[in-house]
Design a protein around this ligand. Structure first.
Ligand code: PMP
Length: 292
């Protein structure tokens, strides 16, 4: 069965799902998006993802032509039409079709695209063995120039970092901000564990406010694991007891080496493994249900 992709109120087959070359999402990366996951017909943290999408759109002054209720229905229908129990949903809102100039006023209406498919960001085995990361020369965009809380269609900063990590043969890049402070990875947030406490960089240093990050912070609180936002340097990473990444696509994945320094024992640690389990349990129970 070919995928059915939603574009502005109509579902198209994968081959016919096309947008204009004059769309400012394509021309300028002018738009916002979300990556949402469903687990056995439960859409995980659906409201939180929609809230973030609408907040990102609000900040860039982009009017989304659907209410949240209508958007919820469009996403759920796309999941049903594709008969997907477990899915990764890419929800894109671009500024829409304009002319070759930058002016967003020339774009009459925002365009909405919903793609429901599968995703495997990292090979399964790495969840058991752990990732090897490297810090890269490309620094994170300066937060005061473009808020890292906006999940925009412009990922060039992250893509350059990803290329640099790949060239060195590493699984993922750690991005530092303009002050050399740890911000996040190219598509994931980062956590360290030191003396049984969790630490993650605050958004203002250059990190997206990840929904998975929030879920981990909540789980830590619930299970009385100390957790706080902290300013972290590379030195803090190298000397952490454990490190892991979080993201909708990646979920929770351990890190065992950074810049060729072994992290902790060099194996996924007990706190990371515990949080991976708790996160799995959460995704199995917490979500908006749909039928297929
Ligand atoms: N940081 C960046 C730059 C991202 O693109 C993402 C999403 N892939 C994340 C962090 C993780 O966010 P979430 O848990 O909401 O997927």
């Amino acid at each position: 069965m070919t995928l059915k992709i939603y574009i502005d109120g109509t579902w198209y087959s994968k081959e016919d799902a096309k947008i204009s070359v004059f769309d400012h999402g394509f021309l300028y990366g002018d738009g916002v998006f979300e990556g949402i996951r469903s687990y056995d017909r439960l859409v995980f943290r659906f409201k939180e993802h929609l809230d973030r999408l609408y907040e990102s759109a609000h900040t860039i002054m982009l009017d989304i032509p659907l209410t949240k209720k209508e958007m919820t229905a469009a996403v759920l229908t796309t999941l049903k039409m594709n008969k997907l129990k477990d899915a990764y949903v890419r929800l894109i809102v671009s500024r829409g079709r304009g002319d070759l100039g930058l002016d967003p006023k020339k774009c009459q209406k925002a365009s909405i695209v919903i793609i429901a498919d599968k995703i495997a960001l990292y090979p399964k085995e790495l969840y058991r063995t752990g990732l090897e990361l490297i810090t890269v020369p490309t620094m994170r965009n300066i937060p005061n120039a473009l808020s890292p809380a906006i999940k925009s269609l412009n990922y060039l900063n992250n893509i350059m970092a990803k290329i640099e990590a790949g060239m060195g043969g590493y699984d993922e890049a750690i991005m530092l901000n303009h002050n050399g402070i740890v911000a996040e990875c190219t598509g994931d947030n980062i956590f360290i564990i030191k003396n049984k406490s969790l630490h993650t960089p605050p958004s203002y240093v250059g990190a997206l406010k990840g929904i998975t990050r929030d879920a981990i912070i909540e789980l830590a609180k619930k299970h009385t694991i100390a957790c706080q936002e902290s300013i972290l340097t590379r030195h803090d990473l190298y000397n952490a007891d454990e490190v892991f990444l979080t993201g909708t696509a990646a979920e929770v994945i351990p890190v065992i080496k950074i810049d060729e320094r072994q992290i902790g024992t060099g194996k996924p640690g007990s706190c990371t493994t515990k949080l991976m389990k708790l996160f799995k349990q959460l995704t199995a129970t917490d979500g908006v249900r749909y039928t297929i």
